[in-house]
Ligand binder design. Structure first.
Ligand SMILES: Cc1cc2nc3c(=O)[nH]c(=O)nc-3n(C[C@H](O)[C@H](O)[C@H](O)COP(=O)(O)O)c2cc1C
Length: 335
């Protein structure tokens, strides 16, 4: 399938989704090693936590992670504007507003997916953030919530945020059901409807539309990019991060630089040494690396060894060098 012409320059051709507890700074640093051109997103940061909590911790990242977007959760324009300005000053490349998360906690705070019912408010939020920053302000949403009509509710939402100056929208191609489903069920139970997102692209050709939801292989990325401006990968990128390399090859029409898995581990060991000087325990980094060997012979043994080592009280960055050596040994045996 041909990759649509004219979209090659999009900054969002391949993205890794914001994922709470998963895409923290250490995970992003790791993914960046594997996929140098993929746009990365932070976990959602609630604005109240950012403005009134440990600001430095929420904004902490490494410039080597870039391009990286800060995802905010909130619905109060003035607070979002202040939070966005902090994000820009901290060096993020984009501010993204979460209009897709269905958790109860988020609904009580009146943000996340329930904002799909309030396009005018989201437009106000976008406008306020755009006033406050020079970097792009983007939105991540669903195709609708509960019994909202499809695609009319999505189209009304896109109309409103486009008028407020949002030029890039990431659409998770399923509804969110705000009652009765857990957040995890809301990522699987409502059916994927890529056709609705495709119609949105046709109806709003000037918007950069990034497809999200259920993309698992390089072929999925190829199919998505035949009509969408970008593809965002969530769970698969975490569970099997090596697949990002094949995805990058498709998205950017050339492979990423040659890299072995063991080299990536060695680079993470060097990174863990830097972080250890700031008091970060190696397990906070190592926990994100377990998917690296997904599908390889000996993967279970290797993973078990790393998990055991990372939880021992005296574990330091050297366990990642040992894990790299163990992986090289497995590869040598398999060769
Ligand atoms: C553990 C986990 C945490 C998530 N946290 C967020 C979040 O903070 N913000 C957000 O917009 N979406 C969040 N999501 C949803 C993903 O960004 C993405 O939309 C969803 O997983 C669908 O993409 P996928 O099928 O490629 O995984 C999360 C998903 C998972 C699995």
């Amino acid at each position: 399938m041909p990759i649509s012409k004219g979209m090659q320059g999009s900054t969002h051709r391949l993205c890794v989704a914001p994922m709470m507890d998963w895409t923290d700074r250490h995970c992003r640093f790791f993914l960046r090693l594997l996929a140098p051109r993929t746009r990365l997103y932070t976990e959602m940061v609630p604005v109240a936590a950012l403005l009134r909590g440990d600001r430095a911790r929420f904004l902490a990242h490494d410039s080597r992670e870039r391009p990286v977007a800060l995802q905010l959760g909130g619905s109060e324009p003035e607070e979002l504007a202040r939070a966005a300005a902090l994000g820009e000053a901290a060096g993020f490349d984009e501010i993204n507003l979460n209009c897709g998360c269905p958790s109860d906690r988020v609904q009580r705070g009146r943000f996340g997916a329930c904002l799909m019912a309030e396009p005018a408010l989201v437009a106000e939020c976008v406008a306020a953030m755009r006033e406050a920053v020079r970097i792009p302000v983007t939105v991540k949403c669903r195709i609708g919530i509960d019994d909202q009509p499809v695609p009319d509710a999505l189209f009304a939402f896109l109309e409103a945020i486009r008028a407020a100056g949002c030029a890039t929208v990431i659409v998770h191609a399923r509804k969110a059901w705000l009652q009765g489903l857990s957040p995890a069920e809301n990522r699987d139970v409502p059916p994927l409807e890529y056709g609705v997102v495709r119609r949105a692209k046709e109806a709003f050709p000037d918007l950069v539309i990034v497809l999200n939801g259920g993309l698992r292989t390089a072929d999925d990325i190829r199919a998505a990019l035949s009509w969408a401006d970008g593809a965002m990968v969530g769970r698969r990128a975490y569970e099997e991060p090596w697949v990002l390399r094949a995805m990058e090859e498709v998205a950017f029409a050339s492979p990423p630089p040659v890299l072995e898995r063991a080299q990536a581990l060695e680079a993470m060991a060097a990174y863990a040494e830097e972080r250890a000087r700031e008091g970060t325990p190696v397990r906070a980094i190592a926990r994100h690396l377990l998917g690296l060997v997904h599908g390889m012979p000996g993967a279970r043994t290797w993973r078990r060894l790393l998990v055991t080592r990372m939880h021992s009280p005296d574990a330091g960055p050297e366990i990642l060098r040992e894990a790299a050596a163990a992986l090289r040994a497995v590869n040598a045996r398999a060769a």
